[in-house]
Design a protein around this ligand. Structure first.
Ligand code: PNS
Length: 160
């Protein structure tokens, strides 16, 4: 098994579902890098710096987890890092096509890019950053949807 897991994503913002995958990966791998990346298809509500800061705060209790950012191709980051594997969470069948496409494209671009999927916790099946943003923007209760330590920050930033 490779020693470092890279968990890439937009993390706009990091959710309880993301944190569950990251903390489970931290038990399976020596090191975990949470890689805040650019998804060209998405307009983000939080800046890259804000997303990094939120992810750092949410993962501060996990000793072997670090947060980095990249504004380039994931495969370039992986190539530079060396011995590592991509770890992503899969919620439902609806995620599969999108994740499968990315995994295959990354593998085609760089043969060393292997992707491993962890099934999401049943309690997080419905959860996504987009859902969190929609609920928060209209003043809904997002406690339990995002890590407690960043709840107020996210609310303050998103509530209209
Ligand atoms: O959380 P997301 O938005 O579904 O994550 C997608 C992300 C950011 C992992 C993906 O868009 C990505 O890897 N972006 C970096 C640029 C890149 O390598 N794009 C090609 C992916 S096949």
């Amino acid at each position: 098994m490779k020693k470092t897991a890279v968990c890439p994503g937009s993390f706009d913002p990091i959710t309880a579902g993301h944190l569950d995958i990251i903390s489970r990966a931290s038990k399976l791998f020596d090191q975990v890098v949470v890689l805040i990346s650019v998804n060209a298809a998405k307009h983000t509500a939080f800046t890259l710096e804000e997303r990094v800061a939120l992810a750092q705060k949410a993962t501060a209790h996990l000793e072997n987890v670090r947060v980095e950012s990249s504004d380039g191709l994931l495969v370039d980051y992986l190539r530079d890092l060396g011995d590592c594997v991509i770890v992503k969470g899969l919620r439902a069948v609806s995620d599969f096509e999108y994740e499968f496409q990315m995994a295959l494209a990354n593998k085609k671009l760089y043969d060393g890019a292997e992707t491993i999927f962890l099934t999401t916790g049943a309690e997080n099946m419905y959860l996504s950053s987009s859902l969190v943003k929609q609920i928060a923007q209209f003043g809904g209760d997002i406690s339990g949807f995002v890590p407690d330590c960043i709840l107020e920050e996210i609310k303050n930033r998103l509530v209209k």
